[in-house]
Design a protein around this ligand. Sequence first.
Ligand SMILES: [Zn+2]
Length: 196
Amino acid sequence: MEHDAGSRHAAGLFTSAAPHRAGDGHALLAPVLVLNASYEPINVCAARRALVLVLKGVAMTEEENGHFLHSARVAMRLPSVIRLLEYRRIPHQSRALSRKNILLRDRNTCQYCGTVLASSELTLDHVIPRSRGGASTWENLVACCHPCNRRKGNQSPTEAGMKLMREPRAFNLHTSRHIMRLMGRSDDKWRKYLFY
Ligand SMILES: [Zn+2]
């Protein structure tokens, strides 16, 4: 969750007007699909962040999620999909190579045994070990559980008799869209922007 000046401002706007109700917090965390001005899906953020963007006039609501944010005077409809009013150039490969993003790409799944684990219980495995010249790149790093990591040791997957669930790839727009689709499966309103 981002806490910039904008979201603090917006939070203050509502909490000062009405005490937080139990349901509001959860609704504010609901994922919202962010579209570029061109209607291209580019990101997912929490409803609270989306609301701030709308209130700032940076984005407009394209779809609502059916929930309201209540204050003493007004009930604001929470968005499900927002669209930026100004076109933003998205670099071809906009995601930085980081542990967090590798785990996100691999959906916290050990790429050798398929176990889904908390981030803290996963490590990064160099498919071709570093000691053998393997680079720290999107294509050579995968999420891995500790038992698999120990078993593989200083070997290539073939040598260790282990098989990758899938070829590791850079986290590009295609991968991002795949993840947005997974997140949007439960929200029909996202479909027309993501499934084409
Ligand atoms: Zn494993």
